[in-house]
Design a protein around this ligand. Structure first.
Ligand code: FAD
Length: 396
């Protein structure tokens, strides 16, 4: 028996089963969402990353959260997270948005010197400059207190030595914001400090890691071998490293949540579309509750995670860093879990087609898992909530 008539073709259109917007969202934000979604639909899954990046930049989307005086849109994390989520929901997420405008742009806008702001912010806003972010180290991993990349002074210069791993987009970034440590002259204790390391600086080596992820952005292992940097490579004030780091981490978590939510909506949309058309008995497969309920559950989980993500972004924009910290962690957790589940159900809904290249869902299985691990793993968020929210004792 031929089932050819009931086998849906892969579509380049997005049928976004979870695309409803929050009714509390302002008309401006709804308009932004709709405009970005339209851009995303024009590019779609088979997009040319460079073209999309350039177009998103030209339309002001990459710099939407950066200060107006440096060519940004003067908006906040709410707007930036809308942009990333909508591009992801259309199948064309821009991973470097998590890093370049969100982490690096925020840190430099808040804590950079006037010169650093002038040098970097206009380019980060108009997309002509990109910055990667390197904190993870092979022997520290989730325990970032253990990083050993060290900066020492030599005259006016800084000399940086250490290793980093899994750093995304170093090859396409003009520079990488490297988290290191330096010795406090007064107490002798090591304190975090951030350095802008231009891509082709002598001693700054990179090796591409062979990842099982189909993405435009690659991950790199970095070796900093006596990298000599001028005094102004140090971001802002030497004593504000911890503040600077924290300023970047909440946007990173919120943007990872938006990345996950976009992917989850994309996967769910494809599955819903397929389940409405594919028929192997008397009704489309979407009429079978074994197929429908997991998709419905995913829709609920995605909507809940979107609410928490919106809350985290709003608290951050309002300057409530402590409130934003808890919400951003919870949002990242909820969005990643919703994403992993949505992709799993989506692949299953498509049966064999779920595993073909043509339908483009199988590669999301690995991509979705990234959101559970990076930039902070599911377990480290559960630890955070155990300790910070519930006051439970630590095991480590
Ligand atoms: C695709 C991708 C892109 C990335 N991009 C970047 C980037 O641009 N810049 C950057 O700096 N880093 C980046 N990372 C690194 C990422 O942030 C780390 O992989 C992540 O922080 C986890 O560190 P780890 O891999 O060393 O795992 P580990 O720390 O070794 O953890 C391994 C496992 O043990 C668990 N675990 C560890 N400690 C505890 C504990 N105390 N309690 C319970 N469980 C625990 C973890 O949850 C995890 O499941 C990227 C990673 C990936 C996969």
């Amino acid at each position: 028996m031929s089932t050819e008539h009931s086998r849906p073709a892969p579509s380049s259109e997005t049928a976004d089963g979870a695309g409803s917007t929050d009714s509390a969202e302002t008309p401006e934000r709804r308009a932004l969402r709709a405009a970005v979604a339209a851009l995303g639909r024009r590019h779609g899954r088979d997009h040319d990353r460079e073209r999309l990046w350039a177009e998103a930049a030209a339309l002001g989307y990459l710099g939407v959260a950066l200060p107006e005086e440096y060519g940004g849109g003067g908006g906040g994390l709410v707007e930036l997270s809308i942009v990333l989520e909508e591009l992801g929901a259309a199948g064309c997420p821009l991973l470097m948005m998590v890093v370049s405008p969100a982490i690096c742009g925020t840190v430099i806008a808040r804590y950079g010197t006037a010169e650093q702001r002038r040098t970097w912010l206009p380019g980060l806003a108009d997309g002509s400059l990109t910055m990667a972010f390197g904190i993870t180290e092979p022997d520290a991993g989730s325990n970032s207190h253990r990083i050993t990349t060290t900066a020492r002074r030599d005259g006016d210069d800084w000399v940086l030595t250490g290793r980093k791993v899994f750093v995304s987009g170093v090859d396409i970034a003009d520079a990488t914001l490297i988290v290191g440590r330096t010795e406090d002259a007064r107490t002798g204790r090591l304190k975090p400090c951030l350095f802008v390391v231009p891509r082709d600086t002598e001693g700054f080596g990179r090796r591409k890691i062979d990842m099982e992820i189909q993405a435009h952005e690659k991950q790199f292992e970095l070796v900093l071998d006596e990298v000599r940097l001028p005094a102004d490579a140090l971001v802002g004030d030497e004593n504000a490293g911890l503040l600077q780091l924290f300023a970047g981490l909440n946007p990173e978590r919120v943007m990872t949540a938006s990345f996950a939510l976009g992917m989850a909506r994309y996967a769910l949309g494809r599955a819903v579309e397929y389940a409405k058309q594919r028929q192997v008995w008397d009704t489309p497969i979407g009429a079978h509750q074994a197929i429908a309920h997991p998709l419905a559950r995913s829709h609920i989980e995605i909507e809940l995670a979107r609410l928490m993500t919106a809350k985290a972004a709003r608290l951050y924009d309002e300057g409530d860093d402590a409130g934003a910290g808890e919400a951003a962690n919870m949002a990242k957790y909820a969005a990643a879990e919703a994403c992993v589940a949505a992709v799993d159900h989506a692949v299953h809904t498509l049966g064999g087609n779920g595993l073909t290249r043509e339908f483009g869902l199988a590669s999301l299985i690995t991509a979705a898992r990234v959101t559970r691990i990076a930039p902070v793993s599911r377990e480290m968020i559960l630890n955070y909530v155990s300790h910070q929210s519930l006051g439970l004792p630590k095991s480590y």
